[in-house]
Design a binder for this molecule. Sequence first.
Ligand code: CTP
Length: 414
Amino acid sequence: MKKRILLIVGGGIAAYKCLELVRRARDRGFDVRCVMTTAATEFVTPLSFASLSGEPVHTDLFSLDEETEIGHIRLSREADLVVVAPATADLLAKLAGGLADSLAGAVLLATDKPVLVAPAMNPRMWSHPATRRNAAQLRADGIAFVGPNSGEMAEQNEAGEGRMAEPHEILARIEEMLGVATKPLAGHRMIVTSGPTHEPIDPVRYLANRSSGKQGHAIAAAAAAGADVTLVSGPVSIPDPAGVSTVHVETARQMLAAVEEALPAEIAICAAAVADWRPTSEGGQKMKKDGGAAPGLELVENPDILRTLAQHHTLRPRLVVGFAAETEKVVAHAQAKLARKGCDLIVANDVSHESGVMGGDRNTIHLVGSESVESWDEMDKHEVAERLVARLGNMLGGKGSGTTAPGSTAPGAS
Ligand code: CTP
């Protein structure tokens, strides 16, 4: 029997993100019905939610049609979970005060099901004593919260706590509350590398690249629901994912040392954009202009972390996954890379400037194995992460416990 979510969409700029939430919830097999407040319909049309949910959208407390067909009591009772997103300051106040002067308010008062709210508002509104009081009251009433997150607001030059949690975070919470959270890598140990490396030229200069760490961090976060994850991250500006043990490094050599320290593990995912080369000598002092020719930069190759793991004699993880950042012939180069490095799977993506992958939020990938290539549609990096984690869970399950990847040795074996 499919679980049903009743989504109450509030009137905030984040309402558009709930379209993504509905789409992903339906992909995960949930039925979704939507109620929109009048203010919400100013931001997104009911038709958009109706199209994505495949159900009529309810907006009016006093609609005779809706009341005869499906009234607020039935709406609230037929759901397994009620989700309010974006939960505006006004909706939180109404819910805390028990006001039922709108369909959203009436449904929330009438429901006998768990309620999850995803607040979204200006940071000052979120920190206002009235909102603090309302939030405290709602928590005391057993209402669950997801977010808000910190970050940039829709308003220019505004930042702070008040951003609605991302759709994937809301969905993870929904699955947890409904007891259907999938933990494909439960019980496994996993190492993920992420971000760029910085290779010092002198004490103030370094070689680097444009990797944001978003894809690697998203994989670590997705795997953390179940797996014991060590994330070895180069310098990035995004926060450490929750539930993951993060080791911060700067250079490729430090990254390799941290990865080796984290062994043994059953899975290793090398998503970091490791600098292939580093300056031969890191001068002890800052290089100065002396009026002469520009100094030459002599480079030496960095250790290859992916290859070291894939060809490890004693502690090779059962699954070693590499990334291929290519600007042309994406699949062909990935196939060559798979063979050269000896890993089990390459996640190949097009990082040409036009693709917007480097630093962006979306990714189009090809999963390249020794005998197969699978191309995925463009999707959010978090969705790539969740699907990849689910796939690795299947691959490990398929291999059966105790068996190892081709040419590999089980962790701990000599
Ligand atoms: N990688 C690594 N250590 C390195 C270089 C790369 O672990 N020193 C890993 C990356 O994390 C990624 C994969 O290897 O998983 C592919 O890296 P890439 O730099 O694209 O491949 P190269 O082998 O350097 O090949 P090319 O430069 O020809 O693309």
